[in-house]
Design a protein around this ligand. Structure first.
Ligand code: 4AD
Ligand code: MG
Length: 471
């Protein structure tokens, strides 16, 4: 008979740890984390990824026919199926344990070469074995929290009647106008077809025109909001910005709600309720993982999450932010002046030191923001909002959109955008235009903030950064 893992009758370790009862017959499958051999017994901890803690399995030579042979194989990393009976544990680290009646080894892991031994490894080292690092306590906890955040995001919007819309990954536009796009082409780069003027002849390319990986689904989300009122996107976005920092990825996930009949105040209210909902859900759903982050990664994460839930976010204008930054004795690397963009150090000063909580900065100078943001009555600023978090800086960027056709056309002209490329975007203003607003949340920055992980490369399974695209 061939060995076939049976999935249907397998119990998850997390469920057994929470609700398992003595005398219950169970089957678990997973990977050995640790093995302890006593004189007449052995203990192995089996982890199936469902929780931080594994299930303690007791191996008794009297109960297990192949005891000696099995025990030799049970190094860290070995995959096993265990059948047996749950029993109240004598040990103080767990309520319940599994007394094995049969134990089957699927694949062994060599003690000498398996890189994940019991000792603590640096995150830098773990990045070099990214195909194995999800089996560690920290990365396991990160990816469970990440999953809970994703679920909470869908739950938040679905409960409020928002439609999840799928915007294209391959686009022809540059939403943010920052020129940080990756080109998508099927041309042979060693033999590029050229026009008589020696430019690349994109009419011979796959789409007959230049195309890029999207930097944001916002403009397409606006199309959908003009039909469904409230929509959101949740998908990968790509930026070829050469920033080798702990907060930048070349491929990251973004959540972008877009609301028709909504102004900047409504946008900020939604963003605040949205973030609070995610924090609340993570605290309720992942208490063990969050306690782990608090103990092992950053001893402020639990207090920070609680404080976010119990305080309202500070809301200040960009002009006030500049005044605060000019008044402080703090020495910054980058200059502060009205008209200059806020740098990460300025953002962190506001959120971390001055207000000690999330800060929403509104009404930025129009010159430093994208063309689609709604011009304020002062004609100098636009209805933009950035949400700044302690330690991370900007986590959300959003705005009310320019819904007035003539004002939008004028703004596009100033920013040198060709109205022919944006005919469809202008049509939204020609036919049934309404005030509307939205924002984009950087999903990895959110997970970073919640878990206290210092490097963004450690909150996404397969990070893409300058000079790094493994897998
Ligand atoms: O502020 P951004 O550029 O806003 C937009 O793209 C708008 N179109 C969103 C909208 O209004 N619908 O990006 C939004 C967020 C940032 O606040 C940041 O959290 C995250 O995306 N982000 C990045 N995260 C990781 N790596 C990068 N390189 C990022 N660039 C932006
Ligand atoms: Mg931004």
């Amino acid at each position: 008979m061939s060995k076939q893992p049976s999935i249907t009758s397998t119990q998850r370790v997390v469920d057994l740890l929470r609700r398992g009862e003595p005398n219950q017959m169970v089957k678990v499958q997973g990977w050995v984390r640790t093995k302890r051999e006593m004189k007449s017994l052995a203990f192995v901890e089996v982890n199936d990824g469902s929780s931080l803690q594994g299930l303690q399995v007791v191996l008794d030579p009297l109960a297990l026919p192949n005891y000696e042979a099995v025990l030799r194989d049970l190094n860290t990393g070995t995959s096993v199926t265990v059948h047996g009976e749950l029993a109240a544990s004598q040990g103080k680290n767990q309520r319940i344990e599994l007394r094995a009646q049969t134990l089957e080894v699927w694949g062994t892991a060599d003690l000498e070469t398996y890189p994940l031994q019991k000792k603590r490894h640096s995150f830098e080292f773990l990045r070099t074995i990214a195909h194995l690092r999800s089996r560690t306590n920290t990365l396991g906890a990160v990816f469970r929290v990440r999953n809970t955040c994703a679920n909470a995001i869908h739950q938040f919007f679905q409960e409020r009647g928002f439609l999840w819309v799928h915007t294209p990954i391959i686009t022809t536009g540059d939403c943010e106008g920052a020129g940080e796009q990756f080109i998508v082409t099927s041309l042979d780069l060693n033999r590029l077809p050229l026009t008589p003027g020696q430019q690349v002849d994109y009419t011979q390319d796959f789409f007959g025109q230049p195309t890029y990986l999207t930097v944001s689904g916002q403009l397409e989300a606006e199309i959908m909001a003009m039909a469904f009122s409230n929509v959101y996107t949740f998908g990968p976005t790509f930026r070829a910005e050469n920033s080798n920092t702990s907060r930048h990825l070349a491929e990251f996930w973004m959540v972008e709600p877009e609301m028709a009949f909504c102004n900047l105040d409504g946008d900020m209210d939604l963003a605040e309720a949205f973030l609070k909902h995610i924090f609340r859900t993570v605290l309720e759903t992942c208490p063990e993982d969050m306690a782990f982050f608090d103990q092992r990664i950053d001893n402020t994460v639990l207090a920070t999450a609680e404080s976010i839930l119990s305080h309202s976010f500070e809301r200040i204008t960009y002009s006030d932010a500049i005044t605060y930054l000019e008044k402080t004795d703090r020495v910054f690397e980058y200059p502060v002046a009205w008209g200059l963009d806020l740098q990460s150090e300025h953002e962190r000063y506001l959120a971390e030191d001055l207000f000690e909580k999330p800060v929403i900065v509104t009404d930025y100078p129009k010159e430093i923001k994208a063309f689609y943001m709604r011009l304020n009555d002062d004609h100098k600023t636009v209805a933009a909002m950035d949400i700044l978090m302690p330690k991370i800086g900007e986590i959300i960027g959003g705005s009310q959109r320019e819904e007035r056709l003539t004002v939008l056309e004028a703004r596009m002209q100033v920013q040198d955008l060709n109205p022919h490329d944006y005919g469809w975007y202008l049509d939204l203003r020609r036919y049934g235009t309404v005030p509307h607003a939205g924002f984009g949340l950087g999903f990895e920055r959110l997970v970073q903030f919640i878990t206290g992980m210092t490097n963004i490369r450690d909150v996404i399974p397969f990070p893409r950064t300058p000079l790094n695209a493994e897998f």
